[in-house]
Design a protein around this ligand. Sequence first.
Ligand SMILES: NC(=O)c1ccc[n+]([C@@H]2O[C@H](COP(=O)([O-])OP(=O)(O)OC[C@H]3O[C@@H](n4cnc5c(N)ncnc54)[C@H](OP(=O)(O)O)[C@@H]3O)[C@@H](O)[C@H]2O)c1
Length: 236
Amino acid sequence: MFQQKQIKNETKQLPGALQHPIGSGFNAKSTTTDVIKGINLTGKIAIVTGGNTGIGLETTRTLAAAGATVIVPARDVEKAGRNLQGIPNVEIAAMDLMSPASIDAFANHFLASGRPLHILINNAGIMWVPLRRDESGIESQLATNYLALFRLTSKLWPSLKKANGARVINVSSHGHHFAPFNFEDPNFLRREYETLQGYGQSKTAVNLFQWNWTIAPEHIMSGYMLYIPDLSAAPS
Ligand SMILES: NC(=O)c1ccc[n+]([C@@H]2O[C@H](COP(=O)([O-])OP(=O)(O)OC[C@H]3O[C@@H](n4cnc5c(N)ncnc54)[C@H](OP(=O)(O)O)[C@@H]3O)[C@@H](O)[C@H]2O)c1
């Protein structure tokens, strides 16, 4: 109850004025059908994380309807199979974003197929969870919403390059206004856990990643990555 009030208050204070229309011709009432209209994705390959529920499911449905082959990695492949039943051109694979080994296994399997990757939609995410950590002690929202996304994109880089003009979409949130990135204590080791702060900083990290990429696509590096030795060299 306290948290519900808190999120309402924090949302009221968000500086939405920072957002400006980008002149796409679409608005809040546009549907995926409006957006995809006239676009033929036959022969294109897409990966949509979290593509069997929520926003991701709608994305999968829309891309597949436009002719793309859509690969949906999921931590519960049986559930994914049920949710995606009847949608053509969909492949389901196992991947748990809380496990770097699982991300690597999924990415390596895709790389081994030799296929280009035209569209990568990093959509999967968690919000408002109690304190949990991955096997390295990283807070779960940071691990799932940002570090996993960075790792997956880095690993798939050769396939993205092979597509010669790939698109990578990182789904962020207005909730990034909840918190800047806390470089001193990103994993809540020396401060009380506040789940919205965790969510906010994870989405801030996503934005910084996207921003870095936009200005220097060949040298993806966000500040936080400097602290992670095995990823700091990738990709180039
Ligand atoms: N809904 C909103 O109002 C809203 C607003 C702003 C931003 N967003 C962002 O939009 C994205 C999608 O949100 P949504 O509302 O569609 O959420 P959702 O329905 O809860 O879907 C999230 C997806 O992420 C997957 N996922 C979570 N942890 C995972 C893990 N460790 N490994 C693999 N997959 C994992 C979930 O898999 P399971 O099915 O196995 O749980 C699920 O498929 C998120 O990044 C979210 O932050 C949403």
